[in-house]
Design a protein around this ligand. Sequence first.
Ligand code: UT7
Length: 323
Amino acid sequence: MVRSVVMGSGSALPAGVVTNEDLAKRVDTSDEWIVQRTGIRERRIAGPGEFTSTLGLSAARQAIASAGLVPADIDLVLLATSTPDNTFPASAVSIQAELGITHGAAFDMQAVCSGFVYGLATADAYLRTGLAQRAVVIGAETFSRIVDWEDRTTCVLFADGAGAVVLEAQTASGEVSDRGILASKLRADGRHRDKLYVDGGPSSTGTVGHLRMHGREVFKHAVAMITDVIEDVFAQTGLSAADIDWFVPHQANRRIIDASARKLGIPDEKVVVTVDRHGNTSAASIPLALDVAVRDGRIKRGDLVLVEAMGGGFTWGASLIRW
Ligand code: UT7
């Protein structure tokens, strides 16, 4: 059988750091409230000249280099984003062009905060069915451009950044000891689409719109949905929480991360947390956190890594990866 093996990772953050104190000067909030309710201490916000595609390009370049490959080796550029540079063409084709790739496929995928997990599972399906050989899967966002900077309930949460991994189709035994993506589960339930949404778009208002969220409603569903898909990937593989080396959750809120880990029985020291420094970067948060943990030496070849996300739609999903 064929497995999609992670060959390298990369990430990119805007230069500008915005602290909770900085935000307290703009809206009625405080460092204490933000830290206590979310765990966020600071985040990066894109400046002039920094776009979803430029951040995604930097992350993709790093991922390809760390895989020991060159851009011409890549035949699928998959960008998970809800904040593309333009309505169309896909920002993935800008990244493809800047990388100098003129073969294969490139497209954007939109599943909001679950975008990277959706992207991984989609690229995995392309690789396993022979539609592509090597993919760069990128999560890149500039949520600062769609938040309402007057709305304290959302502007303190979301931020900008990008991360990427390179996947390669490799022949494998089919055992759970194989390297690569071992299992994925994706879910959506559009009945919840009004709990986290943008109030504009090309076909409805002809404007970009602003992010709106009923945070408490999202919070209420998050842990149950996350743990449900994780139980599913455990059932698919026969693996359990005890086998996990690293839990790399979507970085929305420290309280959701802690509650999910606790419910699954994963100890704190195996949980990768970056929400304190990055805020919620939507589809970028997981690949950013993965790359941080690879570069600081935590995630090593052969480790079993569990990723999960839940967000607007609602969409949610999980993947089990042998690094
Ligand atoms: O990544 C996509 C998925 N998104 C998420 O996972 C987000 C899920 N939701 C959350 O993380 C949390 O619901 C929030 C962090 C958004 C909010 O935390 P909460 O504990 O659910 O607070 P709340 O919405 O119940 O608000 C509590 C109070 C309210 O005041 P009252 O009505 O009790 O007087 C808010 O108006 O906190 C107030 N508040 C703030 N106060 C200071 C809301 N935002 C702020 C703020 N600063 N920035």
